[in-house]
Design a binder for this molecule. Sequence first.
Ligand SMILES: [Zn+2]
Ligand SMILES: [Zn+2]
Length: 365
Amino acid sequence: MKVMKVKLQRLFNRVWQVCVALLSKRYKRISQLVAILGILAVITAMVRATAPQPDGGGVRTGTLPRTWLLGGPDCRAIPEFEAHRYNEDLYILRQSGCSHYEKPFLYLFFGTEKALLLDTGAGEPDTAQAVQAVVNGWLTRSGRRSIPLEVIHSHAHSDHIAGDGSFQNLVGTTLVRPNLPSVQSFFGIARWPEQIVQHDLGKRILDIIPIPGHEATSIALYDRQTGILFTGDTLYPGRLYVEDGQEFARSIRRLVDFTQGKVVAHILGCHIENTRTPYLDYPVGTVYQPDEHALELGRAHLIELDQTLQKMDGNIVRTALRDFTIWPVTGPLATSEHPRHHTQLPITRILDSKRVSESLPRKVS
Ligand SMILES: [Zn+2]
Ligand SMILES: [Zn+2]
């Protein structure tokens, strides 16, 4: 009986030890799993711009058009600028291809205290008239009589500043000259290009991020209200002309770092040059683009650009990616337009589109 009791006791002890071992192993695994999941969650939050729920990310929403007025084929029916209301306080103006083959996009923001226009167009546009029409509509809807307007630029290339003259001496308008001292002093950027500053339009803060590389004065804007990142000619569905490879790569990395953990609703640049067919762009100087790529890109494109540039390690080579092309250019572009545009654009096409634009009704749709 005593032997039996001892045997049972040993068996009980053995079973207990096995159970403890199994449990500790399982708990160890569970705790390891929890730790791994935790680390993954932290890493995910660090490398991606995420929101906790698929509920719009907490930013103010808006809509983009499925297509834009396409710059033809009948230019007589196309106004010089098409104004699209993203929402009540953000407007996208696109210059017609009939007015200028660059067809740049301009952006007009409204805060409670100020309005701000990003870029003024290409060629010889009457941008102030088009912008004034949008501002007047906004004032009417807001029950206000006036709002100060600031005019700034994504960068200094001529297809983004050509309408500056139409804003000169306009009452209530501040025109920031497209050069580095003026840009730095207007925004209060002491350490260019590392310093990111905030610009408040009244209950609407824009983060101003220096991104030289395409051009020396390039900036990006992040609109906290809508979660949209505006990247000028630095990232858009088209040919990303790189003037300074090292600076360009550093600027793209700056944008990746800046957007970490932030909601990025869209990335909006200033041109569309790609078609909807992957890896295919329209020839330089194309006026009519019936199958053009959507304007909007996402943060994944920024990551793709960053990774491709990092692999190049400063030695930028022409590389077509699905939705845009990295395109190094030799020598500074200064304030001229992209050089390939000048060299490859047929002269007759320039004259044609110019003549047509002069006969256009200058109104905003
Ligand atoms: Zn440019
Ligand atoms: Zn441009």
